[in-house]
Design a protein around this ligand. Structure first.
Ligand code: BDR
Ligand code: CA
Length: 311
């Protein structure tokens, strides 16, 4: 299996992404989960990460807490989408499993130095603060990372937190800039893709009908989470942003995109955190990211339902 570290700010869609990874041990070996501030503050995201591990029946996965605030800015959170806890919807028990003592950034650096070069893939599902901090503190880890597969950005679909920016990139654009300039191979799941991964009523019924507590909890999470997108975009259901990352690692053929140049706007008055994607290759700048544009939604939900049934 492919070795991964999931860096996350759960978040209902983060939770589903983690569940999918933990349900897929043949393809993915989760070396650890690092929490970052994002959808809700760090004390909640690290707790939520542990709740999700226990929900999956995998209390032996190590969870580390990382950065509590973006590199240079005040934290912006998204309770308006995810609720006060970040995981509003289902009734979930407080976790019994411990939080690891090591800081997430230290864990990232140590693991990348210890594991064979180019064997570990990073999966950021929130603001890129932990990853950028690790790259800054230990530049030697960059060439050791196999790939960074992240959820963030938007191009034709534009923004969800400002007219031009997607939440994860907007919250810490300086961190995103460091990651996008790092030279590490990047695969990016922007809103253009994730807004095609919509939990329709039929798909949510399929989750709810699964045996065991996981399908039910996922259905309750999406019931809560979909209100925002239904009201805002008139969309058919909740977009499963972050599970696109873990689905890609299991079934890359579900996604199509272009290897292009993507720059992060850190200064614009109206465009902070925008992912300026050179989709038509007009800039002459060297490609730095596989920027996805489309997915096979039925294949994606088929995979997700089949895997959640295993937990
Ligand atoms: C991203 O922001 C968060 O609210 C979600 O968890 C996802 O990672 C979507 O813009
Ligand atoms: Ca997230």
């Amino acid at each position: 299996p492919r070795k991964i570290i999931i860096d996350t700010d759960p978040g209902q869609d983060d939770a589903v992404a983690i569940l999918l990874a933990l349900a897929s041990p043949e393809e993915l070996e989760v070396l650890g989960i690092t929490a970052v501030a994002g959808n809700v503050p760090l004390p909640l995201t690290q707790k939520n990460a542990r709740i999700v591990c226990e929900l999956a029946g995998k209390a032996d996965v190590n969870v580390y807490a990382g950065c509590a605030a973006p590199l240079k800015r005040r934290l912006v959170t998204a309770e308006h989408v995810h609720g006060k806890t970040g995981l509003d919807g289902p009734v979930l028990n407080d976790p019994a499993m411990p939080l690891q003592d090591t800081h997430a950034v230290e864990f990232l650096i140590n693991t990348l130095r210890r594991e064979p070069a180019e064997s570990v893939t990073l999966c950021p599902l929130g603001p890129l603060t932990n990853i950028a901090t690790a790259l800054q503190a230990a530049p030697d880890i960059a060439p050791r990372i196999r790939e960074i597969v992240l959820m963030g950005g938007a191009y034709f679909q534009v923004g969800n937190i400002t007219p031009t920016a997607e939440f994860n990139i907007y919250v810490d654009p300086e961190a995103a800039d460091i990651v996008f300039r790092s030279g590490v191979p990047l695969v990016v799941m922007p809103l253009d893709v994730t807004h095609k991964a919509l939990v329709t009523k039929l798909r949510n019924d399929a989750f709810r009908a699964l045996p065991g507590p996981v399908g039910h909890a996922v259905a309750e999470m999406t019931d809560f989470f979909e209100r925002f997108d239904k009201e805002k975009y008139g969309s058919e259901g909740a977009p499963l942003h972050d599970p696109c990352v873990t689905a890609y690692l299991i079934r890359p053929e579900l996604f199509t995109g272009r290897h292009i140049n993507v720059e992060i706007e850190t200064r614009g008055d109206f465009t902070q955190g925008m992912t300026v994607a050179d989709w038509w290759r007009v800039s002459g700048r060297a490609p730095n990211a596989m920027f996805m544009g489309d997915l096979d939604a039925n294949g994606f939900f088929g995979l997700l339902t089949e895997r959640l049934a295993r937990l």
